[in-house]
Design a binder for this molecule. Sequence first.
Ligand SMILES: Cc1cc2nc3c(=O)[nH]c(=O)nc-3n(C[C@H](O)[C@H](O)[C@H](O)COP(=O)(O)OP(=O)(O)OC[C@H]3O[C@@H](n4cnc5c(N)ncnc54)[C@H](O)[C@@H]3O)c2cc1C
Length: 466
Amino acid sequence: MSIDSAILAQLRRILGRENLFESMEKRIVYSTDASKAAAVLPDLIARPTSTEQIAGILKLANSAGIPVYPRGAGSGLTGGAVPVRGGIVLDFEIMNKVLGIDRENMTALVQPGVITQNLQKHVEKLGLFYPPDPASSDFCTIGGNVAENSGGLRGTKYGSTREYVMALDVVLASGEIIRIGTGAPKSVTGYDLVRLFVGSEGTLGVFTEILLRLIPLPEHVETVLAHFPQVECAAASVCMMFSRGITPRAAELMDELAVECVRQYKDSDVLPREGVFCLFEVDGPRFAAMDESERVVRICEENGATNVARATSEAEREHFWSLRRAISPALYNLGRIKLNEDICVPRSRLAEMLARINEIGERYSLRIVNFGHIGDGSIHTNVMLEHDDEALRKKGEQAVGEIFAAAVSMGGTLSAEHGIGLTKAQYLGKEVGEKEFSVMVRLKKALDPNGILNPGKFIDVFPHSQ
Ligand SMILES: Cc1cc2nc3c(=O)[nH]c(=O)nc-3n(C[C@H](O)[C@H](O)[C@H](O)COP(=O)(O)OP(=O)(O)OC[C@H]3O[C@@H](n4cnc5c(N)ncnc54)[C@H](O)[C@@H]3O)c2cc1C
């Protein structure tokens, strides 16, 4: 679509010329996200500096029927920020301030464009802790995290972003500004609108200020790297830790193919040729954490671990994590395209789920790499395609469909933390029934009757006709 000159003039009045971009270079940059699921040029990129400006933009867009796509860092893995119907991209790059930290009540008030790691570092200097820690934390934004209800590396103990969002300023599609939630530690006043908006993937409203809960910074962290002959031993170790009262803050799996990719990528002979790795972290008061990490080592050994190492220095801890962080780029050794999914199953079904994925991979003759946050049953399943070919992609998508069906049949879910966006819209019906989807559609219509907020994503695709 193209935006007429009268609207353009009004947008310039709202934002100032310096924060409205129309150049082809900028439009290309904002045409896609980390998923590379699609690339569509937006007409304009707006870089607002205040809630009021956003309200003005939405009011205008709503009356003219122009699509608006909120965007943080574009690190989303499901195409959530891709402007599939053109229109305006709302970029929060300069709304990136930490507006205040309340040390007594342990809260942080932030703008949506704050980079997650910047907030983490900022509060840690004050002895406070913001636990949600997506592996993309050094570039993703808090606004994107709230919109996706992002999880991450410390989710096993501390949960996802949702657990930390106390209140939100939201601009609705009409341009109306609402303030939902409270700074009080407890509240049951009316419907819990904060929970509705968290994870809404930019389809219900635009967050402009976010009040986050903080907790005290744990005194000490212990890191353990364990090598297991088989994935079943790793899964059994995780379950045993919980049954013995240990909640690791991180429990990260690298399956055999992931290890092989990292070996090649880092040119590292340190990693053995066979078996899988798990990275565990426990935290708390120094002596309690040290005691727990000894118990973690013993549990791994009881479950057949052949090599278990505790990090003895910050450098060694960093080395262990560098192996985990290398997985994403290293996967491209196996193929140019990865169908990157993030299923989640109850922890007790992990080994069974991993076996099913293996069986599906063999049946379709596809290489499937599994890694991720197995402490909370969340597996990043990557179906690797050697080249971009329609028939191969179709085969990959069929395999993904079977993986989703298996996860749901085990009491699990399609998406633990990356959201549905564009890439998983066609599969939503595997988990969400028709009646339940129709409730979602009615909510969307009530809040955005003209469908201007992030159109073309999961809520606009009727999944039961797929
Ligand atoms: C290497 C890598 C590792 C990753 N690891 C993890 C991980 O461990 N855990 C995890 O959960 N995710 C992970 N991700 C996915 C991604 O980083 C998260 O989904 C993140 O929250 C996206 O943030 P963003 O700022 O990039 O948002 P974007 O990708 O820009 O947008 C994501 C969605 O949020 C909406 N949105 C953005 N800002 C707002 C706003 N202010 N108001 C309303 N809607 C808004 C957009 O419209 C879009 O639908 C990873 C991604 C990469 C590339």
